[in-house]
Design a protein around this ligand. Structure first.
Ligand code: SAM
Length: 327
């Protein structure tokens, strides 16, 4: 089993399938984007599947595909199918900006995808454009509908809240849960290389978001018995169909309960989202390492998973921007 030296079991692998993205969100990427990795540095589907197979043999049960924007990776449904067939994998989900989801939802479901998280930070088209720089709200909304119709449920909406951009929009997003069985999750903005200035100065805390919602929509009642659901603490408005989650990675970190590791698009195992350390899996794989050798590299890497992030001490990950890691 994959266990670190603090006794945490790693059962959840988040796989970035590309560093490319068709948005330029202000909290994620610098305005001019980043220099994409050359194609030959990006893991091929067979290589990703090999890593997932080894990880599944070590107890990983959940896989989430992310990016960049995972839906810009050509042929993604074939990767979903390959992963769905790996013994031990019980859950495959996807995090997407939703722009290509309308076209792809049914095919992804058919390939074995279970659920999607769609990033949506505001219901106001102009603010949406200002936040994503490139996106169109209507397309994303169509994508969410298509996901629901395809049975990729329950739909989860991820909203990053940025002061000066969308802090007042949290109320309209929360209101969605009254009529729909969605989980709307508010994420505290985290700092990375590239967009650090804004990320440090314009954070809106989960506490403030909660106050804004309660002031307009009434009290939030703890859901899920007050337990964390993954990284989110869940609540419900009176009479609501869906739930509201808060991911307070900055103000109330959940590192002690972390069960995850990340695989970057260029084949590095990243053990903490907010720390630079990574273990190269792709080079040994391409140099002919056996699956047994790969297994040992993963076991050793996980053993040294950092205890938690160091944001409170001013430690900010600088080797990659968020879109290169996958969130
Ligand atoms: N392109 C996909 C999408 O938009 O969901 C997947 C990749 S994106 C990097 C994954 C998640 O990270 C999104 O929900 C995004 O909002 C979130 N994210 C990006 N930058 C962030 C930051 N600085 N702090 C917190 N969350 C961030």
């Amino acid at each position: 089993m994959l266990v670190d030296r603090f006794g945490r079991s790693i059962t959840y692998l988040r796989v970035s399938v590309t560093d490319r993205c068709n948005f330029r969100c202000v909290y994620c990427m610098p305005p001019d984007g980043i220099k994409w990795q050359p194609n030959e540095s990006i893991m091929r589907f067979e290589e990703i599947a090999a890593v997932v197979r080894v990880a599944a043999g070590l107890g990983v049960r959940k896989v989430r595909l992310t990016g960049g924007e995972p839906l810009v990776r050509l042929g993604l449904p074939s990767l979903v199918r390959m992963i769905a067939e790996i013994p031990g994998i019980e859950d495959i989900s996807l995090t997407t900006n939703g722009i290509l989801l309308e076209k792809m939802a049914a095919e992804l479901k058919d390939a074995g995808l279970k659920r999607v998280n769609v990033s949506l930070d505001t219901l106001n088209p102009e603010k949406f454009r200002r936040l994503t720089r490139w996106g169109t709200l209507e397309d994303v909304w169509q994508g969410i509908q298509a996901a629901e119709e395809a049975g990729l449920a329950p739909v989860k909406i991820n909203a990053v809240v940025v002061r000066g951009y969308n802090e007042s929009d949290v109320v309209d997003l929360a209101r969605l849960t009254l009529e729909r069985g969605w989980q709307v999750r508010f994420i505290e903005m985290m700092p990375f290389a590239g967009a650090t200035e804004l990320q440090l100065r314009q954070v809106v805390t989960a506490g403030e978001i909660q106050e804004r919602i309660q002031a307009e929509l009434g009290p939030l009642q703890a859901a899920n018995g007050g337990e964390l659901d993954g990284e989110a603490r869940l609540f419900r408005l009176k009479g609501a169909q869906g739930e509201i989650g808060f991911i307070s990675s900055v103000t109330v970190p959940f590192c002690a309960a972390c069960t995850r590791a990340r695989l970057t698009a260029d084949g590095r195992l990243r053990l903490c989202l907010l720390r630079d350390g990574e273990v190269d899996l792709l080079s040994p794989l391409r140099a002919g390492a056996s699956l047994e050798e790969l297994r040992q590299i993963i076991l050793d890497g996980v053993w040294y998973k950092p205890w938690g992030h160091g944001l409170a001490e001013g430690v900010i990950p600088l080797n990659r921007v968020m879109s290169e890691i996958g969130g």
